[in-house]
Design a protein. Structure first.
Length: 130
């Protein structure tokens, strides 16, 4: 467990379940708002990164709500989604996997719009979490 995780889980001990869920949900909402701002300013790679963060936090909120346990310390969207009660289609799994792989292996911001269309980036959270 890294230092950030230790600090996070130390703070969580002083929070009730409702506050923990609110913390994850607010973080997800703020990251999605940041993604929108970045998207509008044509920072597509960074917008995609914040979409990833938003989805990750949203999925972790669902995990906390359904399991009443701390979410795993992972960032893999597919693995997180599989730990929820969301019925994932193969298309959804592929989109989640593509986001993660792209962010890890593609650092050229100019190619983001070639891999993910602007419409896909803007609609990612909504399409995956329907």
């Amino acid at each position: 467990m890294n230092f950030t995780s230790v600090l996070y889980y130390a703070n969580v001990k002083n929070m009730n379940e409702k506050e923990i869920l609110k913390n994850w949900a607010n973080g997800s909402k703020q990251d999605l708002e940041t993604a929108e701002i970045l998207f509008e300013n044509k920072k597509y790679h960074h917008a995609l990164f914040f979409c990833h963060l938003s989805l990750e936090k949203y999925l972790k909120a669902i995990i906390v709500k359904t399991t009443r346990k701390a979410p795993p310390l992972i960032h893999d969207l597919v693995r997180l989604a599989e730990k929820t009660d969301i019925k994932l289609t193969n298309k959804m799994k592929n989109e989640l996997a593509d986001i993660s792989l792209y962010l890890i292996y593609r650092q050229d911001m100019t190619t983001t719009s070639l891999v993910f269309s602007r419409k896909q980036i803007r609609n990612l959270p909504q399409s995956i979490l329907k």
